[in-house]
Every structure is written in structure tokens, then in C-alpha cells.
Design a protein around this ligand. Structure first.
Ligand code: FES
Ligand code: FES
Length: 168
């Protein structure tokens, strides 16, 4: 089934089995292996990518559903020597151990900061009429779809807060 879409700013015209997930298309067919397969069940967030600017679990959506869409993966957010603020903050704050969850954490955090900037509340937001402050509790709640088996959570939260404050 033909699917035309943009991935990290490059246009692709893919003709794959309609059962192919977006994650398998990225990893196996395009060799964009930054996005990780942790559970393949929508449980861990390791496969998180940006779909038209919103975070999505790439293991839970089929490639053929994304004709005309724009996908950004961790490879599209930055690269050595030209990292995004979040990527730099994860390095400077030691926001990982094995690194397996890290691409998903950074993609998810990228969209999460935009959601917060647009005033989206979370489950722990107290005042729905005020701009949400990115406290540690807010960041943890908003990032709760991304698991880290190494439990690097304190440093992940600190890295995200640092990027949010623009102090990287
Ligand atoms: Fe997609 Fe775990 S691999 S959520
Ligand atoms: Fe190892 Fe998160 S750094 S799973």
C-alpha cells in the first residue's frame, strides 16, 4: 500500500504491507533506529515520535494511516554538534543510563513542553484557569507514558526542567 509522508524533512513514497506499523517502517525499512521498540504494546513510550507535532507511540499506529503526515524522530530533532535544547539537557544532567528509553523520552518531552506552553492541563494541575507551572510533579505526570527501566527519573525530570527554563 502506497504511503507518501515526510520524515525528518525528507519526503518518502513507501509501498509496504498495510499491516506495517510506523515503528517498523522507521526501524526496519528506513533504518531510522533511534526510535526504540520496548514493548510493542503502547506501554513503555520508547517508540515515541512526533506526528504533526504531537507525540504518538509509533508501535500503535500503522504507516498507511499517515499519508500526507509529517513525522519527526529523534534523528530529526538534532545531531551531535547541533543538538536540541532537550538533547543537550539530557547530556548535561545525565538523564539516562542505558539510553534505551532516551529517544522516546526526548521526543515525548519535546511535545510535552509545547503542550504546556499552549496551556494544556495535566491530571495534577491544580488551577485549570492559570498557566501550569512545570513543577517536578507536573513534569512527572506529563511524562508518565515514558518508562525508564534504569529508573533515571530524577535526572530526566531535572533535564526537562532545565530545558524548559532555557538554562541549557
Ligand atoms: Fe511502543 Fe513500547 S514500543 S510503547
Ligand atoms: Fe535505561 Fe531509561 S536509561 S531504560
Amino acid at each position: 500500500m502506497r504511503t507518501q509522508l515526510s520524515i525528518n524533512g525528507t519526503d518518502y513514497d513507501l509501498d509496504l504491507d498495510p499491516r506495517t506499523t510506523l515503528l517498523d517502517a522507521l526501524r526496519h525499512h528506513l533504518k531510522l533506529t533511534g526510535s526504540k521498540k520496548g514493548c510493542d504494546h503502547g506501554q513503555c513510550g520508547a517508540c515515541t515520535v512526533l506526528l504533526n507535532g504531537r507525540r504518538v507511540n509509533a508501535c500503535l499506529t500503522l504507516l498507511c494511516m499517515h499519508d500526507g503526515d509529517e513525522i519527526v524522530t529523534i534523528e530529526g530533532l538534532g545531531e551531535p554538534g547541533e543538538m536540541s535544547a532537550l538533547q543537550e539537557a539530557f547530556v548535561s544532567e545525565d538523564g539516562y543510563q542505558c539510553g534505551y528509553c532516551t529517544p522516546g523520552q526526548i521526543c515525548s518531552a519535546t511535545a510535552m513542553l509545547e503542550e504546556a506552553a499552549q496551556g494544556w492541563p495535566s491530571h495534577v494541575t491544580g488551577d485549570l484557569d492559570a498557566a501550569a507551572e512545570l513543577s517536578d510533579a507536573e513534569i512527572s505526570e506529563r511524562m508518565s507514558g515514558n518508562l525508564c527501566r534504569c529508573s533515571a527519573y530524577p535526572n530526566i525530570v531535572r533535564a526537562i526542567r532545565k530545558a524548559a527554563e532555557g538554562t541549557t
